[in-house]
Design a protein around this ligand. Sequence first.
Ligand SMILES: Cc1cc2nc3c(=O)[nH]c(=O)nc-3n(C[C@H](O)[C@H](O)[C@H](O)COP(=O)(O)O)c2cc1C
Length: 197
Amino acid sequence: MGQPLDDAALDTIFRTARTYNGYTDAPVTEADVARIYDLLKMGPTSVNQQSARFVWLLSQPAKDKLAGFASGSNAEKIRKAPASVIIAYDMNFHDHLIDFFPHAPEAKNWFPTEAGRREQAFRNSSLQGAYFIIAARALGFDTGPMSGFDNAKVDEAFFADQPGVKSNFISTLGVGDPSTLHDRSPRPGFDRFNRVI
Ligand SMILES: Cc1cc2nc3c(=O)[nH]c(=O)nc-3n(C[C@H](O)[C@H](O)[C@H](O)COP(=O)(O)O)c2cc1C
């Protein structure tokens, strides 16, 4: 069992953490994204399927390429951010289960339909995308997740050689600049969307 986190840690990953529109000049390196990945991959996925695929965009040409498919103000945010990432999902995640769920070699046969595989891959890549956000925060970074982009064009530009891989959402990444924040939107109280039965 883990130790409960202290207030400072809870602030860092949830309570005062924000979705950032802009970042300081502090760089994001390949070593940084590897550290983020090494944390997020420990988050749980169904049959440990690890269906998310990440493309980390650290170079300006790569960020410009992604920005070309983003809508409205998202494009400029991507161009200016120290880094961006495409969180995608692999419809063929079951081909890798022998590595990640080795105690059940038959697991690759548990997902016979394309619709079922898509649902699994999308659900679990979304979870891994959330783990990415929390892992980045835990390591002192901030993120700006976005769904306002053309998925089909991103898939064509970044995953043409992997037809089973489809984009889920994208995010900027860096050390957030508080001057780019709007006021925080309200969150619902417990009574609004919860039932205890
Ligand atoms: C999956 C996802 C997609 C989002 N898409 C966009 C987007 O396309 N453009 C944008 O400006 N913000 C986008 N957001 C940002 C949300 O509006 C923001 O995270 C939310 O309002 C909470 O903000 P806060 O973390 O600062 O409280 C997205 C967030 C998530 C998690």
